[in-house]
Ligand binder design. Structure first.
Ligand SMILES: CC(C)=CCC/C(C)=C/CC/C(C)=C/C=C/C(C)=C/C=C/C=C(C)/C=C/C=C(C)/C=C/C=C(C)/C=C/CC(C)(C)O
Ligand SMILES: C[S@@+](CC[C@H](N)C(=O)[O-])C[C@H]1O[C@@H](n2cnc3c(N)ncnc32)[C@H](O)[C@@H]1O
Length: 404
């Protein structure tokens, strides 16, 4: 007989269930939950009925989630929610406005009300519900949902998707991800930069809450788009000098935004590619906001090495983006963002542990993950270039192009 270590031995006198040990208890739980007879019995048992209903609803939500998303997409495309901002409307009025047959409009509005985006009034008219109003108030969210048809098509055959057999549409959707060459058309770039900038305000707000910017004299935002994050930092911290670095075609639209924010006196704008060009020196902090998850590990390692080289000893790096829950899978980031970045084919939603390892490899110290209070908006990690030079483990060679 194998000896059981004293710490693993169940104490004498414990009830029989506890003596089974936790793993065995968990297996027993699975057997019970997975038995149709136990399910039926629980559904008839007064103290357990709520559990059956709650679990059933949770499972049904998974089954029906894609239908919910399509109801949301139709409401967004038909602009039903903004229309109802001004007050309730009848089904026939909305049907005429949206060019949808009355019966189908009823179906859509009833579905929207069931999802609590709309409210069905006693007189049969439909109104905006609190959740619908909150949805409209999230900057950029309507536009984000509006482009989900692309991801939806990429996931239409999920097994083929997970086998890596789908030529994803999303892989061609964000032109800048593939380097300067992919972002040469100013009209196309303006559309994508706009989508990013609109959805930036919550990210900036949460990053400013998660990260202490005190002591920073000069912040450079690498991949900072048209300057939305810098504008938020500049307004919150009036003494920080600011630099923006992004592709030349992207930064073209930055002066307009930064001038509107009254920040032109404090900002330097640099057009360049972090793949091909060195990063400008002089900032004592560099931020990478929603950058790493666009790229594969080799590109990220090369970029972090460049950031390390551009910072003075004691300089800080600030990373913010939605992160995988890693050992504790997260409902939003390990589903939506993980599949989204996988569909881009160059991207990956990394956990704080994975990003920390890449930072350590680049030579950074004092690596501090700062879990977001709503991880689907962002989490953050900060680190410091050590005062004493140490040999970074990673290579500083930038990758020229991502192999897709
Ligand atoms: C008391 C009474 C009667 C009423 C009270 C009313 C009241 C005050 C209710 C509370 C309402 C309230 C304050 C709600 C607040 C809701 C908020 C702030 C919701 C925020 C939601 C944010 C969401 C859903 C964000 C989603 C973000 C997405 C989908 C981002 C996607 C980003 C992508 C795909 C980025 C891609 C970049 C790339 C390509 C990978 O590089
Ligand atoms: C997902 S967006 C994030 C923009 C902004 N930081 C935000 O959170 O809204 C990625 C940004 O990285 C920039 N980018 C991509 N490749 C780049 C490169 N090689 N050099 C500089 N910037 C690049 C894009 O132009 C884009 O603005």
């Amino acid at each position: 007989m194998t000896a059981v270590p004293a710490t693993n031995r169940p104490a004498r006198g414990l009830p029989k269930l506890a003596r089974l040990g936790l793993p065995k208890l968990a297996r027993l739980g699975l057997r019970l939950a997975g038995s149709p007879r136990v399910q039926a019995l629980a559904a008839r048992t007064p103290g357990l009925r709520w559990l059956v209903r709650r679990e059933g609803e949770a499972i049904f939500d998974l089954v029906a989630g894609f239908v919910h998303s399509q109801i949301l997409l139709a409401l967004v495309e038909l602009k039903v929610m903004p229309t109802l901002r001004d007050g309730p409307q009848s089904v026939t009025a909305l049907a005429a406005r949206c060019a949808v047959p009355v019966e189908r409009m009823q179906l859509l509005l009833q579905g929207g009300a069931a999802l609590k985006l709309l409210k069905r009034r006693r007189d049969g008219r439909f109104d905006l519900a609190t959740r619908g109003a909150a949805f409209l108030a999230v900057p950029g969210l309507e536009a984000m949902v509006g482009h989900h048809d692309v991801l939806y098509r990429d996931l239409a055959d999920p097994v083929a998707f997970f086998r890596g057999e789908v030529e994803t549409e999303l892989s061609g959707f964000w032109p800048y991800v593939f380097g300067a060459a992919g972002a040469s058309d100013p009209a196309v770039t303006a559309k994508y930069s706009g989508l990013m900038a609109d959805s930036q305000s919550l990210v900036a707000a949460d990053t400013l809450r998660l990260v202490d910017f005190q002591g920073i004299k000069h912040l450079m935002d690498v991949g900072g788009g048209t300057g939305a994050f810098l504008a938020a930092v500049g307004q919150a911290h009036p003494l920080i000098r600011l630099s923006l670095f992004d592709l030349p075609v992207v930064v073209e639209a930055a002066p307009e935004r930064l001038a509107k924010a009254g920040l032109m006196q404090r900002v330097e704008i640099h057009g360049g590619s972090f793949r091909d060009d060195p990063l400008p020196q002089g900032a004592d902090a560099i931020s990478l906001i929603r950058i790493l998850f666009d790229h594969q590990d080799a590109t990220v390692a090369a970029l972090l090495a460049k950031v390390f080289a551009a910072l003075p000893p004691g300089g800080r790096i600030i990373i913010a983006e939605p992160m995988s829950g890693g050992a504790r899978p997260d409902r939003e980031t390990d589903t939506y963002f993980a599949l989204y970045t996988a569909a881009m084919r160059t991207g990956r939603t990394r956990s704080a542990v994975e990003i920390s390892a890449l930072l350590a490899q680049a030579g950074f110290a004092e690596i501090r993950p700062r879990p977001g209070f709503r991880p689907y908006v962002t989490s953050a990690i900060t680190a410091v270039r050590p005062l004493v030079a140490s040999d970074p483990v990673g290579s500083a060679n930038p990758t020229q192009a991502e192999t897709v």
